[in-house]
Design a protein around this ligand. Structure first.
Ligand code: FES
Length: 115
C-alpha cells in the first residue's frame, strides 16, 4: 500500500544517474539516502554536523520549503569540496510535507575531515 505521507525525493549523481526515494516527513535527507542505499552520501558523523560528508546541492528555490542553513551548517560548509550557493548538508534538512518532487544532487566527491 502506498504511504500517503511519504514524499518522493530524487537523488541525482554527478554522472546523471537518478534514484527516487520515498521518505516520510521528519526524516533527514541524509537518513533517507542512507536507508535507500543512495551512493555518495557517507555521513561519517551520522548527522551531527561535524563531517561534511553528506554535502549535497539543492536549487535555492527550495529554500522557501526547506529553510536556510543555520550558522553551524554555514560554517561547516566552508570545509566541503566544491561548495557553491546550492550547497547544503543533507543531515541538517528534515523532510516535510512539501518536499514531494525535491531534487538533491550528490557531488562527485565528498571531502573527509580528519575524524
Ligand atoms: S552527516 Fe556529518 S555533517 Fe552531515
Amino acid at each position: 500500500m502506498r504511504d500517503a505521507a511519504a514524499q518522493t525525493i530524487t537523488y541525482v549523481q554527478a554522472d546523471g544517474a537518478a534514484q527516487q526515494v520515498r521518505a516520510r516527513p521528519g526524516v533527514s535527507l541524509m537518513e533517507a539516502a542512507l536507508r535507500a542505499g543512495v551512493p555518495g552520501i557517507e555521513a561519517k558523523c551520522r548527522g551531527n554536523c561535524a563531517c561534511v560528508t553528506c554535502h549535497v546541492y539543492i536549487d535555492p528555490r527550495w529554500r522557501a520549503v526547506l529553510g536556510v542553513p543555520d550558522a553551524m551548517e554555514e560554517s561547516m560548509l566552508d570545509f566541503a569540496e566544491g561548495v557553491s550557493l546550492r550547497s547544503r548538508l543533507s543531515c541538517q534538512i528534515r523532510i516535510n510535507g512539501l518536499c514531494d518532487g525535491l531534487i538533491v544532487e550528490v557531488p562527485a566527491e565528498q571531502r573527509v575531515l580528519g575524524m
